[in-house]
Design a protein around this ligand. Structure first.
Ligand SMILES: Cc1cc2nc3c(=O)[nH]c(=O)nc-3n(C[C@H](O)[C@H](O)[C@H](O)COP(=O)(O)OP(=O)(O)OC[C@H]3O[C@@H](n4cnc5c(N)ncnc54)[C@H](O)[C@@H]3O)c2cc1C
Length: 502
C-alpha cells in the first residue's frame, strides 16, 4: 500500500508558484494547495514585465549559477509547455545591438557566456545582416548578437494556463487568502496561518515574489532580503507603426538588460523597462515617474530608426523586480526547518526560468523523500485557452454566432471581445473586471476600458449573482460603487432608508 500523500502548500500564484503546482500535480505522492492573497492569479510581478523568454547568454555562470542554468533550461521547457497549454508565444529571436567598438566587445563577452551556458544558435552578425533581420533597427548599429532561441510570451496568459491546468490535475486553489506566517513545531513545518484560518501542510514552498523574505522570516529563516527594482514601460496601440519583428536589446548595464523594443504577442509595440532601485518598504510602489518614462523613451529611440508617435501610446505601467541579496535566485531547502523550500528572489529571467525552477523544487522534495515518485496515470498535460472571436475568419464567426448568439454581441470594440468570451472567462474563474481583462483582453485596447468596463461589470453582476455595485476591479476594496452611492446600497443603509419611508 502506498503512503499517505504529502501535503504541499505553495505560497503565491505567480508564474513560479503556478509552475511548481503544475509539476507537483503530475505525481500521486502530493496533495497540493496553491495559496494566493489576491483575488486572482498572476497579479504580482508576473503580470508586469517584458514577457521575454530569454535565450540565456546574459548571466555569468560563476557569478549567478542558478540564473545562468535555469534560464536556458526554462527556455527549452517553455517550447513544450506553451504548446501543451495553448499559451500565446512567438519564437522571434533577439538582437543585442552594438553601436561602437566597446559595445562590440561586450557582444563577444555575451557570446562567450552564452556558449558556456549552452545557448544554441548564437551568432555575432554585422550591420548588413542586422538590416535583414530587423529592418527597423537603427542605422547606427555596427554589429549585434543574434539569439534565435529567444521568444516573446503573454506572461499573464502563461500563469492563467498553468493554474487552470494545475487545478484540472487536482491542485486546490485558495484565492484571497493571505499567508500571515508559517507554523513550525519541533523544527518541522506544520502549516500556514492565513487570513482564512490555518491550512495544514507537511511542506511549504515559498514562491511569494516580492514578499518572500518576509514569509521566510516567519518560518525562522533569515539571511536574505528582497528589494524592489522598478521598471517602467510604454505600450502603443496595436495599429501603431513601425513595429519590430525581433526583440531589440542594447548592450546590458551592470544592473539590467536595458530598455528593450519589442512587439508583444498581441501585436502592440512595447518599450521598457527602466531600472530604478527602491527601498525595501516600497514593495507596492507601482506608480510611473516622469524621469523613468523619459529614460525609457530616449533609450528606446536609440535602438530603432523610428518609434511611432507618442499620440499612439495607449498605456504606461511599472513592474517591480524582486531583487534578492546576492543577486542569484534562491531555490533551496533548509536543515534548520524541515519542510520549507524557498523559490525566491525571482528577478529577471524568472519568467523564463520558472518551469526549470519547478523541476528543481521537485528534485529537492524527491531527494528528501528518498524514494521514487509515482506519476498519475490520468495526468492531463493539455489545456485550451478561451476561443478568441477576433482571430477567426468571417465565415467561422458567422458559424459561431448562429450556434451561440452571445458571440454576436461585441463587448469590447477595440479588441473585438464578445459577450460569450466574457461569460467563458467568468466560468473559468474570473470574478473581477481585471480577471476578465487578463483572460479576454477586453479593456486592453485604445480606450483602456472606458467604454467596455461597464458592460463587463453588468455581465459579471448577472453571472455571479451579485449587485452591480459589488462588482470590483480587482477584489475587495475596489468595488465599482463609489463613495456615498455605495453606502446607500449597503444592506444596513437600505434598512435605514426603508424604515424612513415606511
Ligand atoms: C520590469 C520587469 C521586467 C521583467 N522582464 C522579464 C522578462 O522579460 N523575462 C523574464 O524571464 N523575466 C522577467 N522579469 C522577471 C519575472 O517577471 C519574475 O521573475 C517572475 O514574474 C516572478 O514570478 P514569481 O511567481 O516569483 O512572483 P509573483 O508573480 O510576484 O508571484 C508571487 C505571488 O505571491 C503572492 N503573495 C505574496 N505574498 C503573499 C502572501 N503573504 N500570501 C499569499 N500570497 C502572497 C503575490 O500576490 C503574487 O501573486 C521581469 C520582471 C520585472 C519586474
Amino acid at each position: 500500500m502506498r503512503e499517505k500523500p504529502i501535503r504541499v502548500a505553495v505560497i503565491g500564484a505567480g508564474v513560479v508558484g503556478a509552475s511548481i503546482s503544475r509539476v507537483l500535480s503530475m505525481f500521486e505522492d502530493f496533495e497540493v494547495i496553491l495559496v494566493e492573497k489576491e483575488a486572482d492569479v498572476g497579479w504580482g510581478v508576473s503580470k508586469a514585465n517584458t514577457g521575454i523568454i530569454h535565450a540565456g547568454y546574459d548571466d555569468e555562470p560563476e557569478l549567478y549559477p542558478l540564473r545562468a542554468r535555469l534560464c536556458v533550461e526554462g527556455n527549452r521547457i517553455w517550447r513544450k509547455w506553451a504548446e501543451d497549454l495553448d499559451i500565446p508565444i512567438k519564437w522571434c529571436g533577439s538582437l543585442v545591438l552594438a553601436f561602437d567598438d566597446d559595445e562590440a566587445n561586450i557582444l563577444k563577452e555575451l557570446f562567450r557566456r552564452g556558449l558556456k551556458n549552452g545557448v544554441e544558435g548564437l551568432e555575432i552578425v554585422g550591420a548588413g545582416e542586422v538590416k535583414v533581420l530587423e529592418p527597423n533597427a537603427s542605422e547606427n548599429v555596427t554589429a549585434a548578437l543574434w539569439a534565435p532561441t529567444a521568444g516573446q510570451i503573454s506572461p499573464w496568459d502563461a500563469v492563467i494556463a498553468l493554474v487552470e491546468n494545475s487545478v484540472a490535475n487536482g491542485v486546490k486553489l485558495h484565492l484571497s487568502t493571505e499567508v500571515r506566517g508559517v507554523r513550525v513545531k519541533g523544527g518541522c513545518v506544520t502549516g500556514l496561518e492565513t487570513s482564512r484560518g490555518f491550512l495544514e501542510a507537511d511542506w511549504v514552498i515559498n514562491a511569494s515574489g516580492l514578499y518572500a523574505d518576509k514569509i521566510a522570516e516567519t518560518a525562522g529563516i533569515g539571511g536574505y532580503r528582497i528589494k524592489p527594482r522598478r521598471g517602467e514601460y510604454f505600450v502603443f496601440d496595436r495599429e501603431a507603426e513601425p513595429k519590430v519583428t525581433r526583440i531589440l536589446f542594447p548592450t546590458p548595464t551592470p544592473i539590467s538588460k536595458g530598455v528593450v523594443v519589442t512587439t508583444t504577442v498581441e501585436g502592440n509595440l512595447m518599450i521598457g523597462p527602466s531600472a530604478e532601485d527602491l527601498a525595501e518598504y516600497q514593495r507596492d510602489e507601482k506608480g510611473n515617474t516622469r524621469s523613468g518614462l523619459d529614460y525609457v523613451w530616449s533609450s528606446a529611440s536609440k535602438l530603432v530608426k523610428k518609434l511611432p508617435p507618442r499620440s499612439m501610446i495607449i498605456r504606461f505601467f511599472a513592474g517591480l523586480r524582486p531583487e534578492p541579496t546576492g543577486g542569484d535566485f534562491i531555490v533551496r531547502k533548509y536543515d534548520e526547518v524541515h519542510g520549507f523550500i524557498d523559490a525566491a528572489g525571482m528577478r529577471s529571467p524568472g519568467l523564463t526560468s520558472a518551469p526549470a525552477v519547478a523541476y528543481m523544487v521537485l528534485d529537492l522534495l524527491r531527494s528528501d523523500l528518498g524514494r521514487e515518485l509515482k506519476r498519475k496515470e490520468d495526468w492531463n498535460p493539455y489545456r485550451k485557452r478561451i476561443l478568441r472571436f477576433f482571430e477567426l475568419t468571417h465565415s467561422e464567426r458567422s458559424a459561431l454566432i448562429s450556434r451561440e448568439p452571445r458571440y454576436g454581441r461585441i463587448v469590447c470594440v477595440d479588441e473585438m471581445v464578445t459577450e460569450m468570451e466574457v461569460v467563458e472567462a467568468i466560468r473559468r474563474g474570473a470574478t473581477t473586471i481585471d480577471g476578465v481583462k487578463f483572460r479576454t483582453r477586453a479593456c486592453m485596447g485604445k480606450c483602456q476600458g472606458s467604454s467596455c468596463m461597464y458592460k463587463i461589470a453588468v455581465i459579471l453582476s448577472r453571472e455571479l449573482g451579485i449587485p452591480l455595485w459589488k462588482v470590483s476591479v480587482k477584489g475587495s476594496g475596489t468595488e465599482i460603487g463609489i463613495g456615498d452611492v455605495k453606502a446607500l446600497f449597503e444592506e444596513e443603509g437600505e434598512c435605514e432608508r426603508s424604515k424612513e419611508t415606511s
